[in-house]
Design a protein around this ligand. Structure first.
Ligand SMILES: [Fe+2]
Length: 293
């Protein structure tokens, strides 16, 4: 379980990254310990105080909770030996397509930081009919669901009301910082922008895999993208801390409308030069980005 994260108004406040591929040699993250240490140092340099190790738990990467726990213990020792100021906790990015095959004890072992929340990855490129029914089944088994980067998943592009229905049934949403900055292209950026406006994003995470192609970074890239500090703190510190602690997420801070308008203008200039309206319908989003989650 987590302890309280210290905040200092005079320095950048530490953040918590609930989705990253830090463990070496078990998925598409770093290949070896040196790569993991480099990635951990990059996390720390980006202001990350705590990182949940969330390797893929999927048909392609058949990781399981005991192996992940052992990997976290081993990396924790290496971080201490190397004086890397990053705390790591267990977790997993659990593929929706595999969940039915995993026992509840296994799923519990994959919860983020030993709390009640499971990071669930819907398929990126394959639409899932009645996805909310699958999520409800998981919830009925006793697991709370944090949906991993829905803005990168085709089901959410095809069904603009899906995320709202999942949130209404108790799920939370984790968006990837790169989606906000445009690293995955315009469609995920537009979709996540609408969800930010509608209050449907609860956590921002890096989904970092390495120090170059998909690097760490939470607060600073979000700040550069024009996101307000109050929301950044909520996405990257307050809600993640509650998730790890098993507490109810704190209420979302209110954001002045002028701040949101400024963000839309900046985001609109970013990729295409066309400024979206604040009422942009996610149904207009096409060609979702594909690639490893
Ligand atoms: Fe991931």
């Amino acid at each position: 379980m987590m302890t309280t994260v210290a905040a200092d108004a005079a320095t950048p406040r530490p953040v918590i990254d609930l989705h990253c591929h830090l463990l070496p040699g078990i998925d598409d993250g770093p290949a070896d310990v040196d790569g993991a240490l480099a990635l951990a140092r990059a996390h720390a340099s980006a202001g990350v105080e705590v990182a949940a190790c969330t390797p893929h738990v999927s048909w392609e990467h058949p990781n399981r909770a005991p192996g992940i726990a052992q990997g976290v213990d081993a990396l924790r020792r290496r971080l201490a030996d190397a004086d890397v100021p990053l705390r790591i906790v267990t977790g997993g990015e659990v593929a929706l397509t595999l969940v039915a095959e995993l026992a509840d004890d296994e799923l519990t072992g994959l919860h983020l930081g030993g709390g009640p929340w499971l990071l669930l990855e819907p398929p990126l490129g394959i639409p899932v009919p009645h996805l909310e029914g699958f999520v409800a089944d998981i919830q009925e088994r006793g697991h709370r669901v944090l949906v991993a980067h829905p803005e990168r998943c085709v089901s959410f592009h095809q069904d603009p009301g899906l995320l709202g229905r999942l949130v209404a049934q108790g799920a939370l949403a984790q968006a990837t910082v790169g989606s906000v900055t445009g690293a995955f292209g315009r469609p995920p950026q537009r979709l996540v922008g609408g969800w930010i406006r509608d209050g449907l994003v609860h956590v921002m995470a890096s989904d970092a895999h390495d120090v170059r192609r998909r690097p760490p970074g939470l607060a600073e890239p979000l700040r550069r993208a024009g996101q307000p500090d109050a929301l950044i703190d909520w996405w990257c510190r307050d809600v993640p801390r509650a998730i790890l602690d098993g507490a109810e997420p704190p209420e979302r801070p209110s954001v002045p409308p002028s701040t949101r308008r400024r963000w839309w203008r900046r985001a609109g200039r970013g990729a295409s030069g066309a400024t979206p309206t604040s009422g942009a319908d996610p149904a207009s989003v096409v060609r979702p980005q594909r690639g490893a989650g």
